[in-house]
Ligand binder design. Structure first.
Ligand SMILES: Nc1ncnc2c1ncn2[C@@H]1O[C@H](COP(=O)(O)OP(=O)(O)O)[C@@H](O)[C@H]1O
Ligand SMILES: [Mg+2]
Length: 298
């Protein structure tokens, strides 16, 4: 049995937005990627897992416990990095982490100091420990976010779009850090960036419009598209024609021309070449065919 089971989770906000619509997932130890566009319901899903928002219906079971029944139990095992987190201006990284450790229940002073120092080392922030977190760069801030999420040795770590807004080198550094968290705990990473999942996650799901429209192992999902992807460089007028005739899953401008990726069982026409799909093609093909879940699910 998987460690984390999510069964038929639904949530509608008061204004009538159905943010989650019957979401079920089974999540093992290790890094799990939750990929989806803005508005897909990722943050809502994560807030429910963190017991900060109640679901309207459905269940979340972690290590055999219904998390909504005993939120204290879950929170003592949880590390959570919200999508946007504010910090008090002027408070140093070391002080803030120590303060958050107290809130997390780490009451033994020397143990707490040790853990705070170790986490600052691990996130490469030790040399900046006396600097205010409010003055940190985006990448440093997100690494601090991971440090606070790892306080108290959590068994379930939830990180909500942690790489949004990071430049490529900061993102790489952040990936290295996430990669080191380990395979003995459940880590759920939400993102709208395909490379995050590609680089880090042995398991993934795509969430869109509040529903899980795809789930599986990235390499198997990618393999399942083999032989069905075609590309060609076209003019804008040709693109319009193609879009009416075949399943265009993505377009990219290359030196003023447009490279199209098409998802079809057979060569869609003259001048198309087959190519090996990447995870991005899986993602776009899935979004383009929302509702045709069975075609790609493994
Ligand atoms: N507190 C809220 N009140 C009302 N609607 C909300 C609230 N939070 C999110 N939503 C709506 O629910 C949908 C899902 O949002 P969210 O869970 O933030 O998605 P994501 O994190 O994937 O961008 C969106 O349409 C969003 O506008
Ligand atoms: Mg979000």
């Amino acid at each position: 049995m998987q460690r984390l089971k999510i069964e038929n989770l639904s949530k509608t906000y008061p204004a009538g937005v159905r943010a989650l619509d019957d979401v079920s997932l089974e999540i093992p130890n290790g890094m799990f990627g939750l990929l989806g566009p803005n508005g897909a319901g990722k943050s809502t899903f994560m807030r429910i897992l963190a017991t900060l928002t109640p679901a309207d219906s459905g269940l979340v079971i972690f290590d055999g416990q219904n998390i909504a029944r005993d939120t204290t139990w879950l929170r003592s095992r949880l590390g959570y990095l919200p999508q946007d987190f504010g910090v008090y201006p002027g408070v140093s990284a070391e002080h803030l982490l120590d303060h958050l450790a107290v809130l997390k229940g780490l009451t033994h002073k020397s143990d707490r100091r040790e853990q705070v120092a170790a986490l600052l080392q691990r996130t490469n922030l030790y040399q900046y420990r006396r600097q205010a977190v409010s003055t940190f760069s985006g990448g440093m801030r997100q690494r601090f976010g991971i440090a606070q999420a790892l306080l108290g040795n959590p068994q379930l770590v939830i990180v909500d779009e942690p790489t949004a807004g990071l430049d490529p080198s900061e993102r790489n550094r952040f990936h290295d850090l996430l990669n080191e968290i380990g395979e003995q705990i459940v880590v759920i990473l939400s993102t709208h960036i395909v490379d995050d999942v590609h680089d880090l996650c042995p398991q993934m799901a795509v969430l869109a419009g509040g529903r899980v429209i795809l789930e599986g192992k990235p390499e198997i999902l990618t393999h399942s598209l083999k032989g069905q992807l075609w590309r060609k460089t076209v003019t804008p007028a040709e693109l319009t024609e193609l879009q009416a005739a075949v399943r265009v899953i993505s377009t990219r401008r290359v030196a003023g021309r447009i490279q199209v990726h098409v998802y079809e069982g057979e060569r869609p026409g003259e001048g198309f070449e087959a190519f090996d799909p990447g995870l991005e093609d899986v993602y776009f093909a899935t979004l383009a065919g929302m509702g045709r879940k069975e075609e790609l699910t493994c």
